[in-house]
Design a protein around this ligand. Structure first.
Ligand code: FES
Ligand code: FES
Length: 161
C-alpha cells in the first residue's frame, strides 16, 4: 500500500482535509473521497474540460492536478456555484434556454463561463466560443450554450432581457 499524504484545502469556502495517495488526482478525491460528484470525468487526459474547477482562482482540469498539489489552495467546484436554493444566473439561463442535454459537460462549462464573465462581463460571441473551446459537448451543438452564456452575461450586467 502506498503512503498517504495529508492535504489541507478549502473547498467552496469550507475548510477541508483529506488523505490521498501520490498518484491520485484532484478529480479522484473530489468525486470519490469528498463525494462532490458534480465535477465530471470525461476523458481523464485533459482534453474534454468536463472536470474543470478553479484552484486559487485559476481554471484547471482536475484530472491533470495531483491531489497532493492542492495543499493550501482554495478550490471551487460546481457545488459552490448556487447560493443555497438560489441558482447562479448562468445556471438559471442554461436551464431556461436548454443549454444542456445529457449534462456531462455542463458543470465544467458553467465553471469556465463564470470565470470568463468575472474577467469579461460583456464578451462577444467569438470570445465566448474561444473561451469555451476547451470544454467539449457531444450533445448541444454549442449554440444553446453560447446563447445561455450571453443571456446570463446580460442579466449580470443588469440589462433587461
Ligand atoms: S476529464 Fe479532465 S479534461 Fe476530460
Ligand atoms: S450536454 Fe451532453 S455533453 Fe454536453
Amino acid at each position: 500500500m502506498s503512503k498517504k499524504y495529508h492535504v489541507t484545502t478549502t473547498v467552496n469556502g469550507d475548510e477541508c482535509e483529506f488523505l490521498c495517495e501520490p498518484q491520485q488526482t484532484l478529480l479522484d478525491i473530489l468525486r470519490d473521497e469528498l463525494m462532490l460528484s458534480g465535477t465530471k470525468e470525461g476523458c481523464a487526459t485533459g482534453d474534454c474540460g468536463a472536470c474543470t474547477v478553479m484552484v486559487d482562482g485559476v481554471m484547471v482540469c482536475a484530472c491533470l492536478v495531483l491531489a497532493v498539489e492542492a495543499e493550501g489552495s482554495a478550490i471551487e467546484t460546481i457545488e459552490g456555484m448556487a447560493k443555497g436554493a438560489e441558482l447562479h444566473p448562468l445556471q438559471r439561463n442554461f436551464l431556461a434556454l436548454n443549454g444542456l442535454q445529457c449534462g456531462i459537460c455542463t458543470p465544467g462549462i458553467l465553471i469556465a463561463a463564470k470565470a470568463l464573465l468575472e474577467r469579461n462581463p460583456d464578451p462577444t460571441e467569438t470570445e465566448i466560443r474561444y473561451w469555451l473551446a476547451g470544454n467539449l459537448c457531444r450533445c448541444t451543438g454549442y449554440d444553446k450554450i453560447v446563447r445561455s452564456v450571453q443571456a446570463a452575461a446580460k442579466e449580470m450586467r443588469g440589462e433587461s432581457k
